[in-house]
Design a protein around this ligand. Structure first.
Ligand SMILES: [Fe+2]
Ligand SMILES: [Fe+2]
Length: 349
């Protein structure tokens, strides 16, 4: 503020002196010289500050200003305020709002391999992948121990209201279930993160692995939302279910992480089953095999003419990977070991 105030006073002095200069055509007054020197000093300081913060934006203009007179600098500043303010705030690029920030936050220009602009902020090209479709979808953990049976029965019980509510509306069902599926990874990752901090020890990569799973599940949801628009009562149901499920899973993970991971393993087995039924309905024509949403084509690196069937196929492969990760995490702990003792499956989709 003080700097702005000082600039205004100095510019006032210069403007007044310029007027008198035009009338008398005499040399600059000492006041103008002093003002010019001071203003240049402000500009030099601004350039140093901007460079130290890593700003590219406006740097060239400032260097130019240092080479010119203070009067030109003042005019330039006015021009920027008049016409450049909007550009500084907004720059439309690929439909995105670009904000030039004092904090130096800006997204570099990112393109696809074919040179077209990358349209997503929620994930970057290096986070995309091709789903491993060779994964065995039929794998099942046979419940033998007491806690395994508890986990298995819990998931089978949870499926009853889901079947009644959604029946064969698999688009809607998948969308709603993905709102739940993205919770366990976040809760587990968060609790392992806190444990790592408390105990001053590594997590063995499990914090990252579980958070990756949560993000992958959230991308399933972002894809499903492109296909199915939730109704108001479904949004209400998501609110209620999330409130209950997050807290229940949080407490469960604190008490018995091996049971929590086993339950997630069985939930993923159910997800594979649901997506298999979804694919059957697409094959039979009961569900139209519409073109794949753009977000799915980029996230899973699908061909441009990919369809809903391709999307559901790669999501189902993801669920199979989550099944394996969670049953594996449970197995590690059932063997009396800690998760950090086993290498975490990073980037495992
Ligand atoms: Fe999912
Ligand atoms: Fe999953």
């Amino acid at each position: 503020m003080n700097q702005l105030l000082a600039r205004s006073v100095i510019r006032g002095l210069i403007t007044a002196s310029n007027s008198s200069r035009q009338m008398s055509s005499s040399s600059s007054s000492p006041a103008v010289a002093a003002a010019t020197t001071i203003l240049r000093r402000f500009d030099e300081a601004a350039v140093v500050r901007d460079q130290s913060l890593g700003f590219g934006y406006g740097g060239g203009a400032r260097w130019g200003r240092m080479m010119s007179t203070a009067v030109e600098a003042a005019a330039e500043t006015r021009d920027q305020k008049a016409s450049g303010a909007v550009d500084e705030k907004k720059e439309k690029e690929g439909g995105e709002l670009m904000v030039s920030s004092y904090w130096g936050i800006s997204r570099p220009k990112i393109t696809r391999e074919d040179g077209t602009a990358w349209p997503w902020n929620c994930f970057m090209p290096w986070e995309t992948y091709r789903a491993d479709l060779s994964i065995d979808l039929s794998k099942h953990h046979v419940p033998k121990k007491f806690l395994d049976k508890v986990a298995y029965r819990t998931v089978k019980l949870l499926r009853i209201p889901t079947d009644i509510f959604f029946q064969r509306r698999y688009g809607c069902r998948a969308m709603m279930l993905e709102t739940v599926a993205a919770v366990p990874g976040m809760v587990g990752g968060m609790l392992l993160h806190l444990r790592s901090l408390r105990k001053f020890e590594h997590s063995g990569g499990w914090v990252k692995a579980l958070l990756e799973e949560a993000e992958n599940e959230r991308m399933h949801l972002m894809t499903m939302v492109e296909l199915v628009k939730p109704k108001w009562y479904e949004r209400l149901l998501v609110l209620t279910v999330q409130g209950v499920f997050f807290n229940a899973f949080f407490v469960l993970y604190m008490l018995s992480p091996k049971l929590a991971h086993r339950i997630v393993g069985y939930l993923e087995e159910e997800a594979i089953h649901s997506y298999t039924e979804y694919l059957k309905d697409i094959d039979s024509g009961a569900i139209e095999n519409i073109p794949a949403p753009a977000i799915a084509i980029d996230y899973w690196r699908l061909p441009k003419d990919a369809t809903l069937k391709d999307v559901i196929t790669v999501i189902r492969a993801d669920e199979a990977h989550h099944r394996d990760v969670n049953h594996f995490a449970s197995d590690v702990q059932f063997q009396g070991k800690e998760l950090k003792e086993a290498a975490a499956p990073l980037g495992y989709h």
